[in-house]
Design a binder for this molecule. Structure first.
Ligand code: NDP
Length: 335
């Protein structure tokens, strides 16, 4: 049984040496436990935060601890009354091929045509998009919705839902290929390349009526370009700020807080952060029903960026933080 642990705390961007592949004896389930074989491991930006020393909204990983992660697994052996051998389950086994569970937090999936969807459009990232956009962003028909990392797991779903709600949707993505995909395949009204030297100017041209909802997951230069375009009474669900996850220290320079506060105040902008873990009890079942319908009808789709083998996970996470993934990042650990 192979697993990947946190070997060192990254200094800035993570490097392969921050991870260590270990070989372990195969665990055996005790009474009340199941043995899970990981099929798919989700790679998500929050994993970078868990590698740091300080706690954020969750406790940091200890050195030597198995990297955390959402997983789709098959029950390899069961000594638990609620789970049968061979069943597919959604859980959080982390970066390892086999794991034990007492059943807490495990969800039986049934047989799915594409089990990895439970980690993407029909899972945590899809739920994040659905909750953040509909409950916080509250787009109205005809309004302009802006979303960064628009070809990624959360952003792609945000934009497609916003379109379904009748909004005009502008995306931001890294590179011409991603932007073309976002417009042609996902149906956004426009998508601007964040690497374009004229990025801020082109963003403004793409939003002739300003921005009513900005789904924030990027921060940095993207936020700077968006802020002047926000309309009165704009809503800004704060989902993440990935451009800063590898920062080593706070940036020096002029104090920009007063100008930010002035913009928020004068334009009556509502900014609200959210952590999706808080919303499962109240909203997950409704999300699954609604999104299940949209996916079945082909109204919402999400491209996947699948890499093979547990040993590919570190490079996958490093790449995610550099924008190398094109779609939801997933590791196929076993067939
Ligand atoms: P994605 O699939 O969108 O992958 C990350 C993308 O972020 C990259 O492909 C890249 O897209 C973009 N990116 C990476 N580095 C930078 C950078 N320096 N500047 C600008 N963009 C960058 O990831 P997810 O959809 O899984 O996550 C998106 C966001 O949502 C993250 O901020 C994440 O932390 C957050 N999140 C928050 C949750 C919550 O509960 N609040 C839950 C789940 C996710 P490109 O190159 O195309 O710009």
């Amino acid at each position: 049984n192979r697993r990947i642990v946190l070997a060192a705390r990254p200094q800035g961007a993570p490097v392969p040496q921050d991870f260590r592949l270990e070989e372990q004896a195969m665990p055996a389930p005790a009474e009340g436990q199941v043995l899970l074989r990981t099929l798919y491991l989700s790679l998500d930006p929050y994993m970078r935060g868990r590698m740091n020393e300080g706690s954020t909204y969750a406790e940091p990983l200890a050195l030597g601890e198995v990297m955390v992660g959402g997983t789709v697994s098959r029950v390899a052996a069961s000594r638990h009354p609620d789970f049968r051998e061979g069943e597919l389950v959604l859980g959080a086994s982390g970066w390892q091929e086999y794991s034990l569970s007492d059943g807490e937090g495990l969800m039986v999936l049934g047989e799915l045509a594409q089990p990895s969807h439970a980690l993407g459009v029909m899972g945590m990232p899809g739920f994040t998009a659905w909750h953040g956009l509909l409950n916080i962003g509250q787009p109205k028909p005809g309004e302009t919705v802006m979303v960064g990392a628009a070809s990624g797991a959360v952003g792609a779903v945000v934009g497609q839902i916003a379109r379904l709600k009748g909004a005009r949707v502008v995306g931001i993505a890294g590179g011409a290929d991603k932007c073309r995909y976002v417009v042609e395949e996902l149906g956004f009204d426009a998508c601007i390349d964040r690497y374009d030297p004229q990025f801020a100017a082109k963003l403004a041209i793409a939003c002739p009526d300003g921005i009513d909802v900005y789904f924030e997951s990027v921060g940095g230069a993207v936020f700077d370009a968006v802020l002047p375009l926000l309309n009165e009474n704009a809503r800004v669900p704060v989902c993440g700020f990935i451009s800063h996850y590898n920062d080593k220290a706070a940036a020096s320079g002029p104090d920009r807080l007063p100008a930010l506060m002035a913009a928020l105040l004068y334009k009556r902008i509502r900014v609200q952060g959210f952590i999706i873990l808080d919303h499962y009890a109240e909203g997950y079942a409704q999300f699954l029903r609604e999104m299940g319908g949209w996916v079945a009808e082909g109204k919402v789709k999400l491209r996947e960026d699948v890499v093979d083998g547990l040993e590919a996970a570190p490079a996958g996470l490093i790449g995610l933080l550099e924008g190398k993934n094109f779609g939801k990042a997933v590791v196929r650990v076993a067939q």
